[in-house]
Design a protein around this ligand. Structure first.
Ligand SMILES: O=C(O)CCC(=O)C(=O)O
Ligand SMILES: [Fe+2]
Length: 244
């Protein structure tokens, strides 16, 4: 990509910037089509059962594999269905992994939340380049974002609330990644949704679905694409053993 193209892409992206937040959050509704969504959900559903890790409040698949205790990914390609169409589209529409160490995501977590399930406020940590691209499938859900105090503790109430519609793309980078925590409440309906409470309200693709201010939870699945910083090749590991 030429520098000019890169600049143009960045300009186009500003259209999708969540204006009430630091300039590091991008929301694009209808990033994938309903057909693509269905195909992805099918692949996720038909993955062999051992692929799922049952956590206390959600289920999780990790592709291509879990990180080692030293946060290292064993080099392996993502399966084709996680690659296409999302990774080329991330590249052509956002360019957000352009400056990441491997120039593209190499790792995907698939989280599935039934109504009443969620994820405790947390940070994604140092294993990854600080860019996360989240594609939502199946249903809408609210992501709460909490500011981190100087002391490292988080604020009690979320500073921002992002309504993630099915088929949308949410990108968080920079200080959204490093100075905030994020979580999903363990509730059966997201309430009090509106222009004053939802940071990306103006960017929603289907505002009309939430005019009653409520989102009854249904099963919602997310794909989070990241670039793991440390990657080891099996071959080079063997060499280490060979050298001993
Ligand atoms: O499902 C989501 O939108 C958030 C998932 C998440 O925070 C994570 O996997 O680290
Ligand atoms: Fe996270």
């Amino acid at each position: 990509m030429s520098e000019m193209e890169a600049v143009t892409k960045k300009l186009e992206l500003t259209r999708h910037q969540v204006s009430s937040m630091p300039p590091s959050t991008i929301y694009i509704p209808d990033f994938i089509t309903p057909e693509e969504e269905e195909q992805l959900l099918n692949k996720i559903r038909t993955a062999p059962l051992p692929r799922w890790a049952q956590l206390s409040r959600r289920r999780l698949q990790t592709w291509p594999s879990s990180l080692s205790s030293s946060n290292t990914l064993l080099a392996a390609p993502l399966p084709a269905w996680l690659h296409d169409p999302i990774i080329p589209r991330l590249e052509s529409q956002t360019g957000i992994f352009m400056d990441s160490p491997h120039g593209a995501p190499n790792h995907v977590l698939i989280n599935e939340y039934a109504p009443g399930q969620g994820i405790m406020p947390h940070e994604d940590g140092a294993a990854y380049h600080p860019v996360v691209a989240t594609v939502s499938l199946g249903a809408a859900i609210v992501l709460d974002i909490y500011q981190k105090r100087e002391t490292g503790e988080r604020e009690i109430e979320p500073t921002y609330r992002i309504l993630q519609e099915p088929r949308s793309l949410l990108i968080t980078t920079d200080e959204m990644y490093t100075k905030h925590l994020h979580g999903i409440q363990e509730i059966t309906a997201d309430r009090d949704l509106g222009p004053k409470t939802i940071s990306n309200w103006d960017l929603l693709g289907h505002q009309i679905a939430f005019t009653d201010g409520q989102n009854e939870r249904q099963v919602r699945t997310s794909l989070t694409y990241r670039d793991v910083l440390k990657v080891s090749k099996l071959g080079s590991k063997m060499k280490i053993f060979g050298n001993r």
